[in-house]
Design a protein around this ligand. Structure first.
Ligand SMILES: Cc1ncc(COP(=O)(O)O)c(C=O)c1O
Length: 370
């Protein structure tokens, strides 16, 4: 590698390990020389998008020679109505990954501020904090690898500018119950944003009727931000639409940093139609719940441990280097996610598929773990 470039790049970028996405199906099929591989690696919806979203996207392609509506007027209006908030409380991103980036970019001063989360949290919080030149602090977790609110609050300092908690969390699947969420919200200082990332919210509400929604606590909390995405239950990961629900003030600052036209025209129309198809959302949530139950039932028979999950994925302690299990599963045409990058070398995450895909994954696990 040319030293000329590495000498001038920002030091924090030189030292950054880039995000490693789950392997695409075609790449695995090509590398291993197989057909019919299935991807259970990136927590996508195995049912795909709603047929209504596909029709809307197909119709919208005709207009895609035009720039999209930069303010996402209709999508904003529909979502504001769905959430019972004012339209100017929403901020859109190219996936909620971009909203995470906007939050850090708008609020965190490089070289001074800290971003706080806990161990085994969604990896984007760390990567984007380090890319921005801020310090990332990880609190310890409880025995079940879940967020320990006391430990998290104990890490707050005067330099803490944003606290990220995914509820439920990816990759562990654990969640904050109502009492823990209330304790967290009561304990955060008034100099830090508290961001509750609800990427898997719709799955959680079906899996646990007591799962708490952060927006219930939004009144008089101008520093609370909720993140949502169309990448998970809405089956539109390839469209890249996510958003934040926040106070008008926070939204205004984030919009100053947001690139114009960051959410495409086809994506906006697909997302609008997806919200309207509540049956598709219910079907996906039910499928995920049943899939998680099937994996959890199978785990003891396989001699591995499955963590409870309110998402659409299960984290397993496979009791050996997970990358070996991952490799063997790959050769059976099943793409999963080894968790070493998250600091969990003995853990593997499997996204829930259709009933047939789940059974195929369980049989493959039986073979490779034998
Ligand atoms: C907890 C959590 N937050 C946010 C995201 C980002 O989603 P997207 O950028 O696709 O909206 C993910 C995706 O895996 C996630 O698991």
């Amino acid at each position: 590698m040319s030293e000329v470039v590495s000498k001038i790049v920002r030091e924090n970028i030189r030292n950054l390990q880039p995000y490693q996405p789950g392997k695409p199906i075609e790449e695995v099929e090509r590398e291993i020389g197989i057909k019919g591989a299935i991807k259970m690696a990136s927590n996508e919806n195995p049912l795909g998008p709603s047929p209504l979203a596909m029709e809307a996207a197909t119709r919208a392609i005709r207009d895609s020679y035009l720039y999209p509506d930069g303010a996402a007027y209709y999508l904003r209006r529909d979502l504001a109505e769905m959430h019972g908030v004012a339209p100017d409380q929403l901020v859109f991103g190219c996936g909620c990954n971009e909203v995470i980036q906007l939050l850090i970019g708008a609020f965190c001063v490089p070289g001074r501020d800290q971003v706080l989360s806990h161990k085994y949290a969604f990896i984007s919080y760390r990567l984007q904090t380090l890319a921005h030149g801020c310090e990332y602090i990880e609190a310890d977790v409880d025995e079940g690898l879940g967020c320990d609110v006391d430990a998290l609050l104990a890490c707050v300092t005067e330099r803490t500018k944003i606290i990220f908690v995914a509820n439920p969390n990816n990759p562990t699947g654990g969640h904050l119950d109502r009492a823990s969420l209330e304790k967290l919200l009561a304990g955060v200082p008034n100099h830090a944003l508290i961001v509750i990332d609800e990427a898997y919210h719709e799955y959680a509400t079906v899996a646990d009727p007591d799962y708490p929604k952060s927006q219930e606590y939004a009144a008089d909390r101008p520093l609370l931000v909720t993140l949502r995405t169309f990448s998970k239950i809405y089956g539109l990961a390839g469209m890249r639409v996510g958003y934040g629900i926040c106070s008008r003030e926070v939204a205004d600052y984030l919009n100053r940093l947001r690139r114009p036209f960051n959410v495409g025209l086809v994506a906006q129309e697909a997302a609008r139609a997806a919200i309207a198809d509540t049956q598709h959302v219910d079907n996906a949530a039910q499928l995920a719940k049943e899939g998680i139950a099937a994996f959890q039932k199978a785990a003891p028979e396989l001699g591995i441990v499955a963590y409870p999950s309110l998402g659409n994925f299960v984290l397993f302690d496979v009791k050996r280097p997970a990358v070996e299990v991952y490799d063997l599963l790959l050769h059976q045409g099943i793409i999963t996610r080894p968790m070493a990058v998250w600091g969990l070398p003995g853990h593997l995450r499997i996204s829930v598929g259709t009933h047939e895909q789940n059974q195929r994954a369980i049989s493959a696990l039986k073979t490779v773990l034998a």
